[in-house]
Design a protein around this ligand. Structure first.
Ligand code: GCB
Length: 607
Protein backbone atom coordinates (compact mmCIF):
# COMPACT_ATOMS: atom_id res chain seq x y z
CA UNK A 1 0.00 0.00 0.00
CA UNK A 2 2.78 2.37 1.02
CA UNK A 3 4.42 1.71 -2.33
CA UNK A 4 1.29 2.50 -4.34
CA UNK A 5 0.87 5.76 -2.47
CA UNK A 6 4.49 6.53 -3.28
CA UNK A 7 4.05 5.87 -7.01
CA UNK A 8 0.95 8.06 -6.99
CA UNK A 9 2.85 10.81 -5.22
CA UNK A 10 5.57 10.51 -7.85
CA UNK A 11 3.03 11.20 -10.58
CA UNK A 12 1.80 14.24 -8.70
CA UNK A 13 5.31 15.44 -8.06
CA UNK A 14 6.29 15.20 -11.70
CA UNK A 15 3.10 16.93 -12.81
CA UNK A 16 3.74 19.69 -10.33
CA UNK A 17 7.28 20.48 -11.47
CA UNK A 18 7.14 19.78 -15.15
CA UNK A 19 8.65 16.32 -14.73
CA UNK A 20 6.11 14.53 -16.87
CA UNK A 21 7.92 11.25 -16.63
CA UNK A 22 6.26 8.02 -15.48
CA UNK A 23 7.42 5.80 -12.61
CA UNK A 24 10.28 3.60 -13.84
CA UNK A 25 9.77 0.00 -14.92
CA UNK A 26 12.04 -2.51 -13.21
CA UNK A 27 14.51 -4.42 -15.40
CA UNK A 28 12.99 -3.05 -18.58
CA UNK A 29 16.03 -3.98 -20.69
CA UNK A 30 15.12 -7.68 -20.35
CA UNK A 31 11.74 -7.13 -22.08
CA UNK A 32 10.82 -7.65 -25.69
CA UNK A 33 12.58 -4.55 -27.02
CA UNK A 34 13.18 -2.82 -30.30
CA UNK A 35 16.55 -1.09 -30.00
CA UNK A 36 16.65 2.49 -31.21
CA UNK A 37 20.42 2.69 -30.80
CA UNK A 38 22.48 3.49 -33.84
CA UNK A 39 22.61 6.57 -36.05
CA UNK A 40 20.25 9.47 -35.36
CA UNK A 41 20.08 12.55 -37.58
CA UNK A 42 20.84 15.72 -35.68
CA UNK A 43 20.54 19.50 -35.92
CA UNK A 44 22.63 21.81 -33.74
CA UNK A 45 20.38 24.59 -32.50
CA UNK A 46 22.26 27.12 -30.32
CA UNK A 47 19.42 29.68 -30.55
CA UNK A 48 16.69 27.07 -29.95
CA UNK A 49 15.10 28.02 -33.23
CA UNK A 50 13.29 24.74 -33.47
CA UNK A 51 11.68 25.24 -30.09
CA UNK A 52 10.70 28.94 -29.90
CA UNK A 53 9.25 31.29 -32.45
CA UNK A 54 10.83 34.69 -33.04
CA UNK A 55 8.87 36.13 -30.10
CA UNK A 56 10.42 33.46 -27.90
CA UNK A 57 7.21 31.54 -27.43
CA UNK A 58 7.53 27.80 -27.35
CA UNK A 59 5.86 26.14 -30.31
CA UNK A 60 4.79 23.18 -28.23
CA UNK A 61 2.90 25.42 -25.76
CA UNK A 62 0.39 26.52 -28.37
CA UNK A 63 -1.91 24.26 -30.37
CA UNK A 64 -2.22 26.61 -33.32
CA UNK A 65 1.49 27.13 -33.89
CA UNK A 66 3.61 24.93 -36.06
CA UNK A 67 7.28 25.31 -36.78
CA UNK A 68 8.90 23.14 -34.11
CA UNK A 69 11.54 20.79 -35.48
CA UNK A 70 9.72 17.92 -33.77
CA UNK A 71 7.12 18.12 -36.57
CA UNK A 72 9.86 16.47 -38.64
CA UNK A 73 8.42 17.97 -41.80
CA UNK A 74 9.45 17.05 -45.31
CA UNK A 75 9.10 19.25 -48.32
CA UNK A 76 6.15 17.92 -50.30
CA UNK A 77 4.98 21.25 -51.62
CA UNK A 78 7.67 23.10 -53.56
CA UNK A 79 6.57 26.54 -52.37
CA UNK A 80 6.46 25.66 -48.66
CA UNK A 81 9.10 27.27 -46.43
CA UNK A 82 10.81 24.73 -44.16
CA UNK A 83 14.17 25.73 -42.78
CA UNK A 84 15.34 22.39 -41.43
CA UNK A 85 15.63 18.91 -42.90
CA UNK A 86 16.46 15.93 -40.71
CA UNK A 87 16.74 13.55 -43.67
CA UNK A 88 19.72 15.47 -45.03
CA UNK A 89 21.26 16.34 -41.69
CA UNK A 90 24.35 14.56 -40.39
CA UNK A 91 24.16 11.74 -37.88
CA UNK A 92 25.39 11.05 -34.37
CA UNK A 93 25.77 7.67 -32.77
CA UNK A 94 23.52 6.68 -29.88
CA UNK A 95 24.41 5.76 -27.19
CA UNK A 96 27.25 8.28 -26.99
CA UNK A 97 27.82 11.91 -26.10
CA UNK A 98 28.05 14.45 -28.92
CA UNK A 99 31.31 16.04 -27.68
CA UNK A 100 33.49 13.03 -28.44
CA UNK A 101 31.98 12.47 -31.89
CA UNK A 102 32.20 15.85 -33.56
CA UNK A 103 35.13 18.23 -33.23
CA UNK A 104 32.84 21.25 -33.52
CA UNK A 105 30.72 19.94 -30.64
CA UNK A 106 33.55 19.16 -28.25
CA UNK A 107 32.95 22.29 -26.14
CA UNK A 108 29.34 22.81 -27.15
CA UNK A 109 26.72 23.46 -24.47
CA UNK A 110 23.19 24.01 -25.68
CA UNK A 111 20.48 22.33 -27.73
CA UNK A 112 20.89 19.52 -30.22
CA UNK A 113 17.86 17.95 -31.89
CA UNK A 114 17.99 14.19 -32.48
CA UNK A 115 15.68 12.36 -34.88
CA UNK A 116 15.26 8.65 -35.52
CA UNK A 117 12.85 6.93 -37.91
CA UNK A 118 11.83 3.40 -37.01
CA UNK A 119 9.32 0.86 -38.17
CA UNK A 120 6.89 -0.59 -35.64
CA UNK A 121 4.33 -3.36 -35.85
CA UNK A 122 2.18 -2.70 -32.80
CA UNK A 123 0.11 -5.69 -31.69
CA UNK A 124 -3.34 -4.95 -30.38
CA UNK A 125 -3.64 -5.67 -26.67
CA UNK A 126 0.06 -4.91 -26.06
CA UNK A 127 1.44 -1.77 -24.51
CA UNK A 128 4.49 0.15 -25.69
CA UNK A 129 6.97 2.24 -23.76
CA UNK A 130 9.70 4.46 -25.16
CA UNK A 131 12.70 4.23 -22.85
CA UNK A 132 15.82 6.40 -22.52
CA UNK A 133 18.52 5.10 -20.20
CA UNK A 134 19.93 8.67 -19.96
CA UNK A 135 20.04 12.01 -21.79
CA UNK A 136 22.14 14.91 -20.56
CA UNK A 137 20.57 17.18 -19.35
CA UNK A 138 17.07 18.32 -20.29
CA UNK A 139 15.19 16.25 -22.84
CA UNK A 140 11.91 17.10 -24.59
CA UNK A 141 10.58 14.05 -26.36
CA UNK A 142 8.13 13.88 -29.29
CA UNK A 143 6.67 10.93 -31.13
CA UNK A 144 5.12 11.57 -34.54
CA UNK A 145 4.93 15.29 -33.75
CA UNK A 146 3.21 14.85 -30.35
CA UNK A 147 4.97 15.84 -27.16
CA UNK A 148 5.46 12.95 -24.74
CA UNK A 149 7.06 15.00 -22.00
CA UNK A 150 10.20 16.46 -20.58
CA UNK A 151 12.89 15.02 -18.35
CA UNK A 152 15.64 16.73 -16.39
CA UNK A 153 18.70 14.98 -15.03
CA UNK A 154 21.56 13.64 -17.11
CA UNK A 155 22.13 10.25 -15.52
CA UNK A 156 18.82 8.62 -14.69
CA UNK A 157 16.42 6.81 -17.02
CA UNK A 158 13.01 7.99 -18.14
CA UNK A 159 10.18 6.54 -20.18
CA UNK A 160 6.87 7.37 -21.77
CA UNK A 161 3.99 5.09 -22.61
CA UNK A 162 3.28 5.47 -26.34
CA UNK A 163 0.66 2.75 -26.89
CA UNK A 164 -1.84 5.22 -28.35
CA UNK A 165 0.62 7.15 -30.49
CA UNK A 166 2.64 4.38 -32.06
CA UNK A 167 1.82 3.78 -35.73
CA UNK A 168 2.05 0.59 -37.73
CA UNK A 169 4.85 1.40 -40.19
CA UNK A 170 7.17 4.38 -39.97
CA UNK A 171 7.41 6.45 -36.79
CA UNK A 172 9.49 9.51 -36.06
CA UNK A 173 10.94 10.14 -32.63
CA UNK A 174 12.50 13.56 -32.04
CA UNK A 175 14.36 14.59 -28.89
CA UNK A 176 15.56 18.05 -28.02
CA UNK A 177 18.56 17.56 -25.74
CA UNK A 178 19.93 20.61 -23.95
CA UNK A 179 23.03 20.40 -21.74
CA UNK A 180 23.15 24.07 -20.71
CA UNK A 181 24.50 24.28 -17.15
CA UNK A 182 22.31 26.20 -14.74
CA UNK A 183 22.78 27.30 -11.17
CA UNK A 184 19.53 25.82 -9.87
CA UNK A 185 19.90 22.40 -11.51
CA UNK A 186 21.32 19.09 -10.23
CA UNK A 187 24.26 19.22 -10.77
CA UNK A 188 24.68 22.97 -10.57
CA UNK A 189 26.76 24.98 -13.08
CA UNK A 190 30.11 24.30 -11.48
CA UNK A 191 31.61 20.80 -11.41
CA UNK A 192 34.97 19.18 -12.06
CA UNK A 193 33.93 16.95 -14.95
CA UNK A 194 33.12 17.33 -18.62
CA UNK A 195 29.55 18.28 -19.40
CA UNK A 196 29.02 15.64 -22.07
CA UNK A 197 25.71 16.22 -23.85
CA UNK A 198 23.40 13.95 -25.79
CA UNK A 199 21.60 10.63 -25.72
CA UNK A 200 24.39 9.02 -23.77
CA UNK A 201 22.78 5.65 -22.98
CA UNK A 202 20.50 3.10 -24.67
CA UNK A 203 17.18 4.00 -26.25
CA UNK A 204 14.54 1.38 -27.00
CA UNK A 205 10.87 0.67 -27.44
CA UNK A 206 9.62 -1.96 -24.99
CA UNK A 207 6.60 -4.15 -25.62
CA UNK A 208 4.57 -5.16 -22.56
CA UNK A 209 1.34 -7.03 -21.93
CA UNK A 210 -1.80 -5.11 -21.03
CA UNK A 211 -1.19 -5.76 -17.34
CA UNK A 212 2.50 -6.11 -16.67
CA UNK A 213 4.95 -6.47 -13.80
CA UNK A 214 5.92 -2.88 -13.29
CA UNK A 215 8.26 -3.15 -10.34
CA UNK A 216 9.60 -5.64 -7.84
CA UNK A 217 12.11 -5.91 -5.07
CA UNK A 218 13.58 -9.27 -4.07
CA UNK A 219 16.32 -8.80 -1.48
CA UNK A 220 17.31 -10.04 1.96
CA UNK A 221 15.62 -8.12 4.77
CA UNK A 222 17.81 -5.64 6.59
CA UNK A 223 20.44 -7.55 8.54
CA UNK A 224 18.54 -10.85 8.24
CA UNK A 225 20.35 -13.56 6.33
CA UNK A 226 17.37 -15.91 6.36
CA UNK A 227 14.50 -13.76 5.17
CA UNK A 228 13.74 -12.56 1.65
CA UNK A 229 11.63 -9.44 1.68
CA UNK A 230 10.25 -7.20 -1.02
CA UNK A 231 7.20 -6.57 -3.14
CA UNK A 232 5.65 -6.85 -6.59
CA UNK A 233 3.71 -4.08 -8.29
CA UNK A 234 1.52 -4.68 -11.33
CA UNK A 235 0.39 -2.02 -13.77
CA UNK A 236 -2.75 -2.43 -15.89
CA UNK A 237 -6.44 -3.24 -15.69
CA UNK A 238 -6.16 -6.69 -14.07
CA UNK A 239 -4.83 -5.63 -10.71
CA UNK A 240 -5.71 -8.65 -8.59
CA UNK A 241 -3.58 -11.57 -9.73
CA UNK A 242 -1.63 -14.50 -8.44
CA UNK A 243 2.10 -13.81 -8.73
CA UNK A 244 4.63 -16.63 -8.38
CA UNK A 245 8.25 -16.11 -7.46
CA UNK A 246 10.55 -18.98 -8.34
CA UNK A 247 14.24 -19.39 -7.58
CA UNK A 248 14.87 -22.80 -9.15
CA UNK A 249 18.40 -23.26 -7.82
CA UNK A 250 17.13 -22.88 -4.26
CA UNK A 251 14.05 -24.99 -4.94
CA UNK A 252 12.14 -22.00 -3.58
CA UNK A 253 8.77 -21.25 -5.11
CA UNK A 254 5.94 -19.29 -3.56
CA UNK A 255 2.91 -17.27 -4.59
CA UNK A 256 1.39 -14.02 -3.45
CA UNK A 257 -1.87 -12.32 -4.36
CA UNK A 258 -1.79 -8.71 -5.50
CA UNK A 259 -4.44 -6.39 -4.04
CA UNK A 260 -6.84 -3.99 -5.78
CA UNK A 261 -3.85 -1.68 -6.39
CA UNK A 262 -1.82 -4.42 -8.04
CA UNK A 263 0.55 -4.63 -5.07
CA UNK A 264 1.74 -7.59 -3.00
CA UNK A 265 4.33 -7.90 -0.28
CA UNK A 266 6.95 -10.61 -0.52
CA UNK A 267 8.26 -12.22 2.63
CA UNK A 268 9.66 -15.70 2.72
CA UNK A 269 12.21 -17.52 4.85
CA UNK A 270 15.19 -18.89 2.99
CA UNK A 271 17.79 -21.50 3.88
CA UNK A 272 21.08 -22.65 2.42
CA UNK A 273 21.78 -19.46 0.52
CA UNK A 274 25.16 -18.95 -1.02
CA UNK A 275 25.65 -15.32 -0.02
CA UNK A 276 26.84 -12.79 -2.57
CA UNK A 277 30.21 -11.20 -1.78
CA UNK A 278 33.22 -9.96 -3.79
CA UNK A 279 34.84 -13.38 -3.29
CA UNK A 280 31.63 -15.20 -4.20
CA UNK A 281 29.57 -13.08 -6.62
CA UNK A 282 26.80 -15.65 -6.71
CA UNK A 283 23.69 -14.64 -8.63
CA UNK A 284 20.47 -16.64 -8.66
CA UNK A 285 18.00 -16.71 -11.48
CA UNK A 286 14.77 -15.27 -10.09
CA UNK A 287 11.61 -15.82 -12.12
CA UNK A 288 8.59 -13.66 -11.40
CA UNK A 289 5.37 -14.60 -13.15
CA UNK A 290 1.90 -13.12 -12.89
CA UNK A 291 -1.12 -14.45 -14.77
CA UNK A 292 -0.43 -11.99 -17.59
CA UNK A 293 3.33 -11.38 -17.56
CA UNK A 294 6.70 -12.90 -16.65
CA UNK A 295 10.11 -11.41 -16.02
CA UNK A 296 13.45 -12.97 -15.08
CA UNK A 297 16.33 -11.40 -13.22
CA UNK A 298 19.69 -12.44 -11.79
CA UNK A 299 19.83 -11.47 -8.16
CA UNK A 300 22.46 -11.87 -5.45
CA UNK A 301 21.62 -12.03 -1.75
CA UNK A 302 23.71 -10.37 0.92
CA UNK A 303 23.25 -8.24 4.01
CA UNK A 304 25.06 -5.02 4.81
CA UNK A 305 24.90 -3.25 8.18
CA UNK A 306 27.18 -1.28 10.44
CA UNK A 307 27.92 -2.18 14.01
CA UNK A 308 29.89 0.39 15.98
CA UNK A 309 32.89 1.11 13.80
CA UNK A 310 32.49 -2.04 11.72
CA UNK A 311 30.89 -2.60 8.35
CA UNK A 312 29.42 -6.09 8.27
CA UNK A 313 28.89 -7.83 4.95
CA UNK A 314 26.91 -11.02 5.56
CA UNK A 315 27.68 -10.58 9.25
CA UNK A 316 31.44 -10.37 8.74
CA UNK A 317 33.65 -7.32 9.17
CA UNK A 318 34.93 -6.00 5.86
CA UNK A 319 37.45 -3.38 4.70
CA UNK A 320 36.35 -1.56 1.54
CA UNK A 321 39.34 -1.61 -0.77
CA UNK A 322 37.96 0.93 -3.18
CA UNK A 323 38.67 3.35 -5.97
CA UNK A 324 36.61 6.28 -7.27
CA UNK A 325 35.72 6.51 -10.93
CA UNK A 326 33.79 8.62 -13.40
CA UNK A 327 31.49 7.25 -16.09
CA UNK A 328 33.99 7.99 -18.82
CA UNK A 329 36.15 5.99 -21.18
CA UNK A 330 39.41 7.98 -21.39
CA UNK A 331 40.48 6.17 -24.54
CA UNK A 332 37.67 7.82 -26.50
CA UNK A 333 37.51 10.93 -24.30
CA UNK A 334 33.83 10.41 -23.81
CA UNK A 335 31.04 8.59 -22.05
CA UNK A 336 31.26 4.80 -22.33
CA UNK A 337 29.42 3.50 -25.37
CA UNK A 338 29.28 -0.21 -24.73
CA UNK A 339 29.48 -2.95 -22.16
CA UNK A 340 33.12 -3.44 -23.15
CA UNK A 341 33.95 0.11 -22.09
CA UNK A 342 32.37 -0.47 -18.69
CA UNK A 343 34.05 -3.84 -18.27
CA UNK A 344 37.43 -2.23 -18.96
CA UNK A 345 36.95 0.20 -16.06
CA UNK A 346 35.91 -2.51 -13.61
CA UNK A 347 38.72 -4.79 -14.78
CA UNK A 348 41.22 -2.06 -13.93
CA UNK A 349 39.64 -1.82 -10.46
CA UNK A 350 40.03 -5.59 -10.07
CA UNK A 351 43.70 -5.33 -11.08
CA UNK A 352 44.15 -2.95 -8.15
CA UNK A 353 42.76 -5.70 -5.92
CA UNK A 354 39.68 -3.61 -5.17
CA UNK A 355 36.51 -5.09 -3.73
CA UNK A 356 34.69 -1.74 -3.91
CA UNK A 357 34.12 1.10 -6.36
CA UNK A 358 32.78 4.58 -5.80
CA UNK A 359 30.77 5.45 -8.89
CA UNK A 360 31.16 9.21 -8.58
CA UNK A 361 29.46 11.73 -8.78
CA UNK A 362 26.15 10.76 -10.36
CA UNK A 363 24.30 7.57 -11.28
CA UNK A 364 26.35 5.43 -13.66
CA UNK A 365 24.83 3.09 -16.24
CA UNK A 366 22.47 0.36 -14.97
CA UNK A 367 24.66 -2.05 -16.91
CA UNK A 368 27.60 -1.02 -14.71
CA UNK A 369 25.72 -2.18 -11.60
CA UNK A 370 24.90 -5.48 -13.27
CA UNK A 371 28.57 -5.94 -14.20
CA UNK A 372 29.59 -5.13 -10.62
CA UNK A 373 27.13 -7.81 -9.47
CA UNK A 374 28.71 -10.28 -11.87
CA UNK A 375 32.36 -9.34 -11.24
CA UNK A 376 32.11 -9.08 -7.46
CA UNK A 377 32.61 -5.39 -6.77
CA UNK A 378 30.72 -3.56 -4.05
CA UNK A 379 29.31 -0.21 -5.15
CA UNK A 380 28.89 3.28 -3.68
CA UNK A 381 26.22 4.94 -5.84
CA UNK A 382 25.80 8.71 -5.78
CA UNK A 383 23.57 11.57 -6.95
CA UNK A 384 25.03 14.80 -8.39
CA UNK A 385 24.34 16.93 -5.32
CA UNK A 386 27.79 18.39 -5.71
CA UNK A 387 29.34 21.61 -4.33
CA UNK A 388 27.16 24.74 -4.37
CA UNK A 389 23.60 23.59 -4.94
CA UNK A 390 20.71 26.13 -4.77
CA UNK A 391 19.73 24.85 -1.32
CA UNK A 392 16.70 27.07 -0.78
CA UNK A 393 15.04 26.46 -4.15
CA UNK A 394 12.14 23.97 -3.70
CA UNK A 395 12.30 22.84 -7.34
CA UNK A 396 16.00 22.09 -6.98
CA UNK A 397 15.19 19.90 -4.00
CA UNK A 398 12.41 18.09 -5.88
CA UNK A 399 14.79 17.47 -8.74
CA UNK A 400 17.48 16.05 -6.42
CA UNK A 401 14.91 13.87 -4.70
CA UNK A 402 13.55 12.50 -7.95
CA UNK A 403 17.07 11.69 -9.21
CA UNK A 404 17.79 9.87 -5.94
CA UNK A 405 14.44 8.08 -6.13
CA UNK A 406 15.08 6.97 -9.71
CA UNK A 407 18.53 5.67 -8.83
CA UNK A 408 17.18 3.63 -5.93
CA UNK A 409 14.20 2.40 -7.95
CA UNK A 410 16.50 1.29 -10.76
CA UNK A 411 19.25 -0.43 -8.76
CA UNK A 412 17.54 -1.75 -5.63
CA UNK A 413 17.89 -5.38 -6.73
CA UNK A 414 21.65 -5.19 -7.23
CA UNK A 415 23.59 -6.97 -4.49
CA UNK A 416 26.71 -5.01 -5.40
CA UNK A 417 25.15 -1.70 -4.39
CA UNK A 418 25.63 -1.25 -0.65
CA UNK A 419 25.66 2.54 -0.24
CA UNK A 420 23.42 5.36 -1.46
CA UNK A 421 25.34 8.62 -1.34
CA UNK A 422 23.31 11.82 -1.17
CA UNK A 423 26.12 14.11 -2.29
CA UNK A 424 29.69 15.33 -2.36
CA UNK A 425 31.61 18.19 -0.70
CA UNK A 426 28.69 20.44 -0.03
CA UNK A 427 29.41 23.65 1.93
CA UNK A 428 27.87 23.87 5.40
CA UNK A 429 24.75 25.97 6.05
CA UNK A 430 21.35 25.41 7.63
CA UNK A 431 19.49 25.18 4.29
CA UNK A 432 22.08 22.62 3.15
CA UNK A 433 21.63 20.51 6.29
CA UNK A 434 17.88 20.51 5.73
CA UNK A 435 18.13 19.71 2.01
CA UNK A 436 20.58 16.86 2.47
CA UNK A 437 18.97 15.64 5.68
CA UNK A 438 15.71 15.28 3.76
CA UNK A 439 17.51 13.34 1.04
CA UNK A 440 18.88 10.95 3.67
CA UNK A 441 15.36 10.39 5.05
CA UNK A 442 14.05 9.88 1.53
CA UNK A 443 16.71 7.27 0.72
CA UNK A 444 15.90 5.38 3.91
CA UNK A 445 12.15 5.51 3.23
CA UNK A 446 12.70 3.90 -0.17
CA UNK A 447 15.27 1.32 0.91
CA UNK A 448 16.14 0.40 4.47
CA UNK A 449 18.46 -2.45 3.49
CA UNK A 450 21.46 -0.35 2.46
CA UNK A 451 23.72 2.24 4.06
CA UNK A 452 23.27 5.96 3.43
CA UNK A 453 26.32 8.19 3.20
CA UNK A 454 27.76 11.39 1.72
CA UNK A 455 31.30 12.58 0.98
CA UNK A 456 31.74 15.32 3.60
CA UNK A 457 34.33 18.05 3.97
CA UNK A 458 36.72 18.59 6.86
CA UNK A 459 38.43 21.53 8.50
CA UNK A 460 41.72 21.94 10.34
CA UNK A 461 43.08 23.31 13.56
CA UNK A 462 46.88 23.15 13.47
CA UNK A 463 47.75 19.55 12.73
CA UNK A 464 44.32 18.32 13.76
CA UNK A 465 42.09 17.36 10.86
CA UNK A 466 38.50 17.60 12.07
CA UNK A 467 35.40 15.87 10.75
CA UNK A 468 32.32 17.16 12.58
CA UNK A 469 29.78 18.11 9.88
CA UNK A 470 26.36 17.82 11.57
CA UNK A 471 25.01 15.83 8.63
CA UNK A 472 27.27 13.05 9.88
CA UNK A 473 24.75 12.33 12.64
CA UNK A 474 22.22 11.13 10.10
CA UNK A 475 24.63 9.02 8.04
CA UNK A 476 25.82 5.44 8.49
CA UNK A 477 29.46 6.20 7.74
CA UNK A 478 31.95 8.91 8.58
CA UNK A 479 33.15 9.58 5.05
CA UNK A 480 35.06 12.61 3.80
CA UNK A 481 37.42 13.91 1.14
CA UNK A 482 40.90 14.82 2.29
CA UNK A 483 43.54 16.45 0.07
CA UNK A 484 46.60 16.67 2.33
CA UNK A 485 49.66 16.89 0.11
CA UNK A 486 47.79 18.38 -2.80
CA UNK A 487 45.45 21.28 -1.98
CA UNK A 488 46.88 21.82 1.49
CA UNK A 489 49.49 20.54 3.93
CA UNK A 490 52.64 21.00 1.85
CA UNK A 491 54.54 18.35 -0.05
CA UNK A 492 53.77 14.65 0.42
CA UNK A 493 56.57 14.09 2.91
CA UNK A 494 55.28 16.95 5.08
CA UNK A 495 51.82 15.51 5.66
CA UNK A 496 52.73 12.88 8.21
CA UNK A 497 52.25 15.42 11.01
CA UNK A 498 48.48 15.46 10.52
CA UNK A 499 46.13 13.38 12.60
CA UNK A 500 42.36 12.95 12.50
CA UNK A 501 39.71 13.97 14.97
CA UNK A 502 36.46 12.39 13.84
CA UNK A 503 33.39 13.17 15.86
CA UNK A 504 31.37 10.14 14.86
CA UNK A 505 31.72 6.66 16.33
CA UNK A 506 31.02 5.14 12.94
CA UNK A 507 33.01 3.24 10.33
CA UNK A 508 35.33 5.63 8.49
CA UNK A 509 35.52 5.47 4.69
CA UNK A 510 37.83 8.08 3.16
CA UNK A 511 36.06 8.95 -0.06
CA UNK A 512 38.88 10.94 -1.70
CA UNK A 513 42.55 11.76 -1.50
CA UNK A 514 45.09 12.07 -4.30
CA UNK A 515 47.09 14.35 -6.53
CA UNK A 516 47.84 14.91 -10.21
CA UNK A 517 50.62 13.11 -12.05
CA UNK A 518 51.36 13.22 -15.74
CA UNK A 519 52.10 9.66 -16.82
CA UNK A 520 55.69 9.36 -17.95
CA UNK A 521 56.83 12.54 -16.21
CA UNK A 522 59.54 11.55 -13.70
CA UNK A 523 61.22 13.80 -11.15
CA UNK A 524 61.79 13.84 -7.40
CA UNK A 525 58.94 13.44 -4.95
CA UNK A 526 58.70 17.19 -4.32
CA UNK A 527 57.98 18.00 -7.96
CA UNK A 528 54.32 18.54 -8.72
CA UNK A 529 52.79 16.50 -11.52
CA UNK A 530 55.54 13.89 -11.38
CA UNK A 531 54.68 10.23 -10.89
CA UNK A 532 57.05 10.25 -7.91
CA UNK A 533 55.09 13.05 -6.22
CA UNK A 534 51.86 11.09 -6.56
CA UNK A 535 53.54 7.88 -5.40
CA UNK A 536 54.94 9.57 -2.30
CA UNK A 537 51.59 11.20 -1.62
CA UNK A 538 49.91 7.77 -1.56
CA UNK A 539 52.64 6.29 0.67
CA UNK A 540 52.31 9.09 3.21
CA UNK A 541 48.53 9.08 3.05
CA UNK A 542 48.57 5.44 4.12
CA UNK A 543 50.66 6.48 7.11
CA UNK A 544 48.22 9.14 8.32
CA UNK A 545 45.08 7.21 7.43
CA UNK A 546 46.48 4.19 9.26
CA UNK A 547 46.17 6.23 12.46
CA UNK A 548 42.37 6.41 12.17
CA UNK A 549 40.59 4.18 14.60
CA UNK A 550 37.70 2.64 12.70
CA UNK A 551 39.16 3.05 9.22
CA UNK A 552 37.05 0.63 7.19
CA UNK A 553 37.72 1.66 3.65
CA UNK A 554 38.80 4.21 1.11
CA UNK A 555 38.17 5.24 -2.47
CA UNK A 556 41.17 7.33 -3.56
CA UNK A 557 40.63 9.88 -6.30
CA UNK A 558 40.71 8.41 -8.98
CA UNK A 559 41.08 5.32 -11.19
CA UNK A 560 41.77 7.06 -14.51
CA UNK A 561 42.59 10.59 -15.70
CA UNK A 562 39.37 12.28 -16.77
CA UNK A 563 38.43 15.30 -18.84
CA UNK A 564 37.78 18.50 -16.96
CA UNK A 565 37.34 22.06 -18.23
CA UNK A 566 38.81 23.26 -14.92
CA UNK A 567 42.27 21.90 -15.74
CA UNK A 568 43.86 24.01 -18.50
CA UNK A 569 47.58 23.71 -17.64
CA UNK A 570 49.20 23.44 -21.11
CA UNK A 571 52.00 21.07 -20.13
CA UNK A 572 50.61 18.84 -17.44
CA UNK A 573 46.87 18.86 -17.85
CA UNK A 574 45.50 19.94 -21.25
CA UNK A 575 41.97 19.75 -19.82
CA UNK A 576 42.55 16.44 -18.08
CA UNK A 577 42.32 16.03 -14.34
CA UNK A 578 45.50 13.99 -13.81
CA UNK A 579 44.69 12.43 -10.46
CA UNK A 580 44.16 9.10 -12.18
CA UNK A 581 46.27 6.08 -11.30
CA UNK A 582 46.02 5.26 -14.98
CA UNK A 583 46.59 7.74 -17.82
CA UNK A 584 44.12 8.56 -20.57
CA UNK A 585 45.97 6.13 -22.80
CA UNK A 586 45.73 3.29 -20.28
CA UNK A 587 49.27 3.56 -18.87
CA UNK A 588 49.55 2.67 -15.19
CA UNK A 589 51.38 5.24 -13.07
CA UNK A 590 53.65 4.37 -10.16
CA UNK A 591 50.95 5.11 -7.57
CA UNK A 592 48.76 2.42 -9.14
CA UNK A 593 51.20 -0.17 -7.82
CA UNK A 594 51.55 1.62 -4.47
CA UNK A 595 47.82 1.32 -3.92
CA UNK A 596 47.77 -2.26 -5.17
CA UNK A 597 50.50 -3.25 -2.69
CA UNK A 598 48.59 -1.57 0.10
CA UNK A 599 45.38 -3.41 -0.82
CA UNK A 600 47.26 -6.70 -1.09
CA UNK A 601 48.46 -6.29 2.48
CA UNK A 602 45.05 -5.09 3.77
CA UNK A 603 43.34 -8.08 2.21
CA UNK A 604 45.60 -10.37 4.25
CA UNK A 605 44.60 -8.76 7.56
CA UNK A 606 40.91 -8.49 6.80
CA UNK A 607 40.25 -11.95 5.44
C1 GCB B 1 37.18 16.83 -5.15
C2 GCB B 1 35.95 16.51 -5.90
C3 GCB B 1 36.26 15.84 -7.22
C4 GCB B 1 37.40 16.59 -7.89
C5 GCB B 1 38.62 16.47 -7.03
C6 GCB B 1 39.83 17.23 -7.59
O1 GCB B 1 37.16 17.02 -3.97
O2 GCB B 1 35.05 15.73 -5.16
O3 GCB B 1 35.12 15.85 -8.01
O4 GCB B 1 37.65 16.13 -9.17
O5 GCB B 1 38.36 16.99 -5.76
O6 GCB B 1 40.55 16.69 -8.39
O7 GCB B 1 39.99 18.39 -7.21
Amino acid sequence: MKRVVFIFLCFLMYADTGFSQEALIQNISSRNNLSLNGRWNYIVDPYENGFYDYRREAYDQSKSKTGGYYDDKRNVNKSELIEYDFDHSPTLKVPADWNSQEEKLSLYEGTVWYRKLFTAKPISGKRYVLYFAAANYEAHVYLNGKKLGMHKGGFTPFQFEVTNLLKAGENSVVVKVDNTRKKEEIPTNSTDWWNYGGLTRDVFLAELPETYIHDYKVQLAKGNQNLIEGYVQLNGAKKAQKVTVNIPELALKFSVATDENGYALIKTPVKKLSYWSPENPKLYEVQIASETDAVNDKIGFRTIVTSGKDILLNGKSIFLRGISMHDENPLISGRPRSEGDLRMLLTWAKELNCNFVRLAHYPHNEEMMRLADEMGLLVWAEVPVYWTIAWTNPDTYKNAQSQLGDLITRDKNRASVIIWSVGNETPLSDPRHKFMGNLVDHARSLDNTRLVAAALELHRDGNRVIVDDVLGEKLDLASFNEYAGWYWGGTPKEITKYFFDIKYQKPVVVTEFGGDALAGFHADADTRYSEEYQESLYQNQFKILGGIDGLRGMTPWILVDFRSPRRPHPIYQEFWNRKGLISETGKKKKAFFTLKDYYDSVSKTFN
